[in-house]
Design a protein around this ligand. Structure first.
Ligand code: GLU
Length: 212
C-alpha cells in the first residue's frame, strides 16, 4: 500500500504532483507514474524504480495540464513492470490510481472482458478504471457512477479517478486505506498522507471509510 496524490485547478500540476510523491517516498515503492488531462486528452508517464526515473521522463517529455493524479506502487498483483505501474487507463478516457487490493477483481475482470473490455495490465486495480467506463457509458453521472463502482468492489482501497467524460473533476473514494483532501485557493488536492499536502494547504479533510 503506497502513495496517491492528485490536484485539480493547480496550474501545470505535474511538477507539484512529483514533489508530493517525493514526500511519500518514505513509505517505500517499486514504481511510479503521473497522468494529466490537457487539450481533452489523457497523457501519462510511468517508470519502474526510483522517482528520479519518473523525474527524468518528465523532464524529457513534460506533462501539461491543471488536473492530474500520481502514484507510487507497492506491487501486490502483477509484477514490477511499466505496464503494471499506475495510473491505469481504460478506453483511452478513464485513468485511475489505487492503493490497496481489490479482492474480487478476477470475477469483475471476467465479466468486463465478456462485454468487450480489454485489459493492459496484470493488476487488480485496472478493473476500477473499466467499471467507471462502463458506468459512464450507461449514462450515470459521476456520483451515481461512483456509488455503482463501490457497490461492486470488495477490499481495501483508496483511489482517484480522472475521466475525459468529466475533465474538470477528480473522483476519490476510500475504504480501509487512508486518503486526505486538501482545500487550497482555487485548487483542491488529495494525498494518501497529509504530508503530501502540507506544503500546499493547511485545510485538510480526512476521508472516512466508504466516503467518496
Ligand atoms: N494492488 C495494486 C497493485 O498491485 C496497488 C498496490 C499499491 O497499493 O501500491 O498494483
Amino acid at each position: 500500500m503506497c502513495g496517491i496524490v492528485g490536484a485539480v485547478g493547480h496550474q501545470q500540476c505535474s511538477e507539484m504532483l512529483l514533489d508530493s510523491l517525493k514526500r511519500l517516498e518514505y513509505r517505500g515503492y517499486d514504481s511510479s507514474g503521473i497522468v494529466t488531462i490537457h487539450d481533452n486528452a489523457i497523457a501519462r508517464r510511468r517508470a519502474v524504480g526510483k522517482l528520479v526515473n519518473l523525474d527524468q521522463d518528465l523532464r524529457a517529455a513534460p506533462l501539461a495540464g491543471d488536473i492530474g493524479i500520481g502514484h507510487t506502487r507497492w506491487a501486490t498483483h502483477g509484477g514490477v513492470t511499466t505496464e503494471n505501474a499506475h495510473p491505469h487507463v481504460a478506453a483511452g478516457r478513464v485513468a485511475i490510481v489505487h492503493n490497496g487490493i481489490i479482492e474480487n477483481y478476477g470475477m469483475i475482470q471476467q465479466r468486463l472482458q465478456g462485454t468487450g473490455h480489454s485489459f493492459s495490465s496484470d493488476t487488480d486495480s485496472e478493473v476500477i478504471a473499466h467499471l467507471f467506463v462502463e458506468a459512464f457509458d450507461a449514462g450515470l453521472n459521476p456520483a451515481a457512477a461512483t456509488v455503482k463502482v463501490l457497490a461492486e468492489i470488495d477490499g481495501a482501497y483508496a483511489f482517484a479517478v480522472l475521466s475525459l467524460d468529466h475533465p474538470d473533476l477528480l473522483i476519490v473514494a476510500r475504504n480501509a486505506s487512508p486518503l486526505a483532501l486538501g482545500i487550497g485557493d482555487g485548487a483542491c488536492y488529495i494525498g494518501s498522507d497529509a504530508i503530501a499536502l502540507s506544503h500546499l494547504t493547511r485545510r485538510v479533510i480526512y476521508l472516512k471509510d466508504k466516503d467518496f
